[in-house]
Design a protein around this ligand. Sequence first.
Ligand SMILES: C[S@@+](CC[C@H](N)C(=O)[O-])C[C@H]1O[C@@H](n2cnc3c(N)ncnc32)[C@H](O)[C@@H]1O
Length: 280
Amino acid sequence: MNYRHSFHAGNFADVIKHVTLVRILDHLALKDTPFRVIDTHAGAGMYDLRSDDAARTGEWVDGIGKLEKVRLSPAAEAVLAPYRAALRELTPFEGHYPGSPALIQRALRSDDRASFNELHPETCHALRRALPRDERIVINEIDGYLAWKAQIPPRERRGLVLVDPPFEKTDDFDRMAEMTREMARKWSTGVLMLWYPIKNPTTVAHFEASLKTSGFAKLMVVELHVEHIGQAGPLAACGLAIANPPWKLADELSLLLPELSKRLARRNVARWRVDWLAGP
Ligand SMILES: C[S@@+](CC[C@H](N)C(=O)[O-])C[C@H]1O[C@@H](n2cnc3c(N)ncnc32)[C@H](O)[C@@H]1O
């Protein structure tokens, strides 16, 4: 287990993942009844962009760094606004970037709950330090692929499972496809959001084929490409698969991504995609 998210925090992949996460959380909070969020691969919760790790890759400079000082069109900014507001609120000191647990904690109301699973002991320790003490939250130093099974369906019956593994192993796509089938069986009304790197189109095509038969009636995929895939160097493209997305999310991302992809493109390569694998 060598992966450290501190090398990648705030990069283009974090931007699209966290913009989408914040929109889903906002949508869950529209109803009064409580919700539960399960983050299977939580990370450290907060990242110092001035750290040696972040400086070594400089990935955040091509991600949140490119967005900090520009303004997109009013329509695209309206989609970004909740994400920008979350960053402002969570990182009042320059040079920090929040991870998914901090974004989730911020979205919880008094009766909402969250479970954060993180296997790496030091990272889990950092997560406990990063989040203010909170009775609504449980942090487990545990294998998220195993733990989540006992965490669904939650008693709230509304909520989100976020799956964001490091993709250090070759079976992460298979495990995520299996999770999707299990989620459809055990908690078919919950929202499931999977993040994945796009390095090999054939692998992604197989993954999408397995998602299509997972049992969810509503399943969309989102892609953001900032460079041609297959190039050496940092990640060039990533995807999100979202089961039971909020009803406006596809329209919102279709509005945002043409502009966001241009802003985040490296070497003028910008591509994006929002497609339904099932439904709507
Ligand atoms: C991509 S990072 C998570 C980033 C985080 N979700 C965010 O958006 O800020 C993946 C994390 O999963 C952790 N990890 C690796 N294998 C795991 C496992 N089997 N169960 C839980 N966590 C794991 C790694 O230590 C790493 O912190």
